[in-house]
Unconditional design. Structure first.
Length: 243
């Protein structure tokens, strides 16, 4: 993985990013060519596609709306809008060639995913997070800003890996290799979970976990060493990570 961005760099990136509200408009019009020309002239970075009696336009919401509201040829329109004043765009999923991202996952820009990573439906991975090879982020799990997750980790459904951007001095969560985190577990900021450990479902981890331990409870406490029985119950399945 490349060198991680510092908290100050991430904060500067967010604060200096233009706040955009990008919408998609489907417009029924008597003059698609004329409307397309005006949109391209008046809306910065607009993407416009024309048909015989319609236009599809993607661009800044307020600017497109201003054009549509001043034209007599527009019969009606439908718009798709799922954010407002967005500071950080979603990642370009196309750049993740060796990973599996299921529909409904949300991955923001400045996230790093290793080879064979699987991100399931509804999972959220925030800016600055880094995830190692072969790790699975299960359904509706949240990986917070600047969290660092190692290789061959399973983050269970609904689990929360806390993020840290403020205060900038706060330490991020670090999950070492071959860790299994149960469903709905919570790992609080600054915690390091040692290699090969298991976090039980529903546990709230407030302190570092040594390697090779099983922790459970609220707050989580070490309940035993990882043994053969535990390994059998928490086995990582390579076949689920193959493309």
């Amino acid at each position: 993985m490349s060198e991680r961005m510092s908290p100050e760099e991430l904060i500067r990136y967010i604060s200096e990013s233009p706040k955009r509200t990008i919408a998609k408009f489907y417009v029924k019009t008597k003059d698609p060519e004329g409307l397309a020309r005006e949109l391209e002239e008046r809306v910065e970075d607009a993407k416009v596609f024309t048909g015989t009696d319609h236009v599809v336009a993607v661009g800044e919401h307020d600017d497109i709306l201003e054009v549509l509201n001043t034209r007599d040829d527009v019969k009606y329109y439908h718009k798709e809008l799922d954010h407002r004043n967005r500071a950080v765009p979603l990642a370009d999923y196309g750049k993740f060639e060796d990973v599996r991202i299921e529909p409904g996952a949300i991955i923001r820009d400045k996230v790093e995913l290793g080879k064979g990573v699987v991100v399931m439906m509804g999972a959220v991975i925030n800016i600055g997070a880094r995830i190692g090879d072969g790790t699975m982020v299960d359904m509706n799990a949240v990986v917070g800003s600047r969290a660092e997750i190692g290789k061959n980790v399973h983050v269970g459904a609904g689990a929360v890996i806390a993020g840290v951007l403020e205060p900038p001095s706060a330490k991020p969560v670090v999950i070492e290799d071959n860790v299994v985190i149960g469903a709905n577990a919570v790992i609080l900021e600054g915690v390091r979970v040692g290699e090969g450990s298991v976090v039980a479902a529903g546990a709230v981890v407030t302190e570092d976990v040594p390697p090779g331990k099983v922790v459970a409870g609220v707050p989580a406490r070490v309940v035993k060493d990882v043994d053969e029985k535990t390994e059998a119950k928490t086995q990582i399945v390579d076949a689920l990570r193959k493309l």
